[in-house]
Ligand binder design. Structure first.
Ligand SMILES: Nc1nc2c(ncn2[C@@H]2O[C@H](COP(=O)(O)OP(=O)(O)OP(=O)(O)O)[C@@H](O)[C@H]2O)c(=O)[nH]1
Ligand SMILES: Nc1ncnc2c1ncn2[C@@H]1O[C@H](COP(=O)(O)OP(=O)(O)OP(=O)(O)O)[C@@H](O)[C@H]1O
Ligand SMILES: [Ca+2]
Ligand SMILES: [Ca+2]
Length: 592
């Protein structure tokens, strides 16, 4: 209620920015307005925002003032978006200044975004900006980051400048946007994204960029990956490779684990469609039954633990997190050490985190609470003793501490995979996750006593990148690759008039011969012509060939994984399963 009241108060002040109205196409867009969020994209949104659209739609025959006036529709968007975001932000939106900042941002960005044409993925820019902002709100990012998330789309489209963001919104929002735009070009810093360059890039990002801007960029990447279908397959793969090698590990490093898992699974699906299909088919066979059970087991365990009087004397609070293993993580595990699917013992996982009561003997109390929890678990489920690992009594070399237990949750006649339960104190847990906290310390700035170390890390990362840029690219001259002469030969064949460059006419001619149109030739030219001089040099063409080779090797890798997984999972196309899923997942899986 408070939100609605404050929003209404601001509505009285709502005025569109005169400078941005009206562009020639604005009236048309405004008339069709509300929904920059199309009916389809509205489906993605939470009930709050959907209901504000419904209110506007229903109001339409009866109350023309709200719906027919652009301002009225804008208001509906504004209130809907404000409620949606603040609803997701939870406790993070604790201050008046946060909600003011958010409101100011929405007022400025909504009209700008609505005036923009559809994005290349076919979505209205407002809908894209809101999706990113919602992702950031779900991650419990602060209002400045969400504000930057909302404005990023408008900035990228040239509808607003950084200077304007600085003067009209806030210096910090402008700073975050500046950082995030710098990050956009990170993958282009290396030409071939092999493991070595990817690891250097990740180090570079963690050294050079503000961790909040990184989170913003990661949310943008996730939103992009969720809507990648519109691109041709090779572009999907290039983007997925960037995500898998750079952004998903970064998401993990900065503590946004949920983003990293989804980023990995989406890129896995585009890069290795057949392998994905196998894993997906296998996991689905369990998933419908056991995934919902995870919630049930979690609740059951929590209740039993809370009811135990002995444990109650030792802990202030207990939390349990459940997770179902991701596709990508399962694949890595199967391929890592040749284990059988039934030996993946952590498809179902629970993690109990205990917060011991304070006092001198807090650490010991915490440990005792972990062992007590173990005993209680034994009364609930059947333990598989050979899989119990006590890293509390015997911490791992890296300091990791936790008590691991595997339990059998099968019921009469229903064999289920084991469930892994990790038991630890809050302190042990923060040691295990590190992430954002330890990194922000590392980024501490000038007051940080380890400044010298930090500067050295920056210098090394820069040097490493420079070395990578200058280094000889990996040779494609293996596994059926093309040798240099051969590559030259193709170039010479395409360069019909022999002037040392492939012109658009030459490219069009050969593409027409291949059955493609001149539009395809233009697109290809734009993609490959890195210095934008309208033709391809032999260097530009050479790089293209190496990328092609790299992608082809990846398809070979997929073939290789498919064979391995096929053997493991005893599946083959003849089961018909593949056909079923192929149909379901459609063109996404088409591999030429
Ligand atoms: N953060 C962190 N987690 C760890 C570490 N070691 C183990 N874990 C977690 O504990 C799980 C199980 O590890 P272990 O009990 O050592 O079991 P394992 O036999 O090596 O595990 P599987 O490969 O799962 O069969 C891992 O999958 C991680 O989730 C560590 O050093 N750091
Ligand atoms: N038993 C568990 N309960 C709750 N969360 C878990 C459990 N095991 C792992 N996680 C968390 O789930 C996320 C994904 O972990 P994932 O299963 O991919 O890797 P892992 O279990 O750490 O490694 P591995 O694949 O080597 O077993 C991580 O954030 C991890 O900390
Ligand atoms: Ca595991
Ligand atoms: Ca030429």
């Amino acid at each position: 209620m408070a939100v609605a009241a404050s929003a209404n108060h601001h509505l009285l002040l709502l005025r569109l920015h005169p400078r941005r109205v009206p562009s020639p196409r604005t009236p048309l867009l405004r008339r069709n307005l509300i929904p920059a969020l199309s009916t389809a994209s509205r489906r993605d949104l939470a009930p709050g925002i959907r209901s504000s659209f419904a209110a506007a739609d229903e109001a339409s025959p009866n109350s023309p003032p709200l719906v027919e006036q652009p301002g009225g529709k804008m208001v509906v968007e504004l209130v809907g978006a404000f409620n949606e975001l603040t609803g997701r932000m939870g406790g993070v939106l604790s201050t008046t200044s946060s909600s003011r900042l958010l409101f100011k941002t929405l007022k400025l960005s909504i009209p700008l975004l609505q005036a923009l044409p559809l994005a290349p993925d076919g979505r209205p820019p407002l809908s894209r900006a809101l999706s990113v902002a919602c992702l950031l709100a779900d991650l419990q990012m602060d209002a400045e980051v969400i504000s930057a998330g909302m404005l990023r789309e408008a900035l990228e489209a040239g509808a607003i400048t950084l200077h304007e963001v600085k003067s009209e919104i806030s210096v910090s929002t402008a700073h975050l946007l500046h950082e995030s735009m710098r990050m956009m070009h990170v993958p282009s810093k290396v030409e071939i994204l092999d493991d070595e360059s990817a690891s250097a890039l990740r180090r570079y990002c963690l050294t050079y960029y503000d961790i909040r801007a990184l989170s913003l960029e990661l949310a943008v990447k996730l939103d992009m990956m969720r809507h990648l279908d519109y691109l041709p397959r090779y572009r999907q793969q290039i983007k997925s490779l960037e995500v898998l090698k750079i952004y998903a590990p970064l998401a993990h490093a900065v503590g946004t684990g949920s983003l990293s898992l989804e980023l990995e699974d989406l890129s896995f699906q585009y890069l290795f469609p057949y392998s994905y299909l196998y894993i997906d088919t296998w996991l689905r066979s369990y998933e419908t039954e056991i995934r919902p059970l995870l919630e049930v087991y979690k609740e059951q365990l929590l209740q039993v633990l809370k009811a135990d009087s002995e444990l109650e004397m030792m802990v202030d609070s207990i939390s349990i997190r459940g997770r179902y293993k991701s596709r990508f993580s399962t694949m890595k595990k199967l391929l890592r050490d040749g284990r059988k699917p039934e030996e993946v013992n952590d498809l179902l996982g629970l993690r109990v985190i205990l917060n011991p009561r304070p006092g001198d003997d807090m650490p010991e109390r915490g440990e005792r609470a972990c062992y007590r929890t173990h005993e209680i678990i034994q009364t609930l489920w059947k333990e598989v003793p050979s899989r119990t690992k006590d890293y509390i009594a015997r911490p791992k070399k890296n300091g990791y501490r936790s008590l691991h237990v595997a339990v059998d949750v099968s019921e009469e006649g229903r064999v289920r995979p084991l469930m892994e339960i990790q038991i630890r104190t809050k302190e042990m847990d923060s040691l295990a996750s590190g992430g954002a906290a330890s990194h922000s310390l590392y980024k501490g700035g000038l007051t940080d006593p380890s400044e010298a170390k930090r500067l050295k890390a920056i210098m090394m990362a820069a040097a490493e990148l420079a070395a990578l840029r200058l280094r000889d690219l990996p040779s494609a001259n293996h596994r059926g690759g093309l040798d240099i002469d051969h590559r030259n030969r193709i170039f010479r064949l395409l360069d019909k008039n022999g002037d040392g460059r492939i012109s658009i006419e030459e490219l069009t001619e050969v593409m027409e011969e291949l059955g493609a149109g001149s539009k395809d030739a233009q697109e290809l030219m734009q993609l490959l012509d890195s210095n934008c001089d309208g033709s391809l040099s032999s260097e530009e063409f050479d790089l293209f060939q190496r990328q092609v080779q790299f992608m082809r090797n990846m398809e070979e890798t997929d073939d290789h994984y498919r064979t391995m997984l096929g053997e493991k999972l005893h599946m083959s196309d003849s089961t018909g399963l593949i056909q079923v899923y192929r149909k379901e997942l459609g063109d996404k899986l088409a591999v030429s």
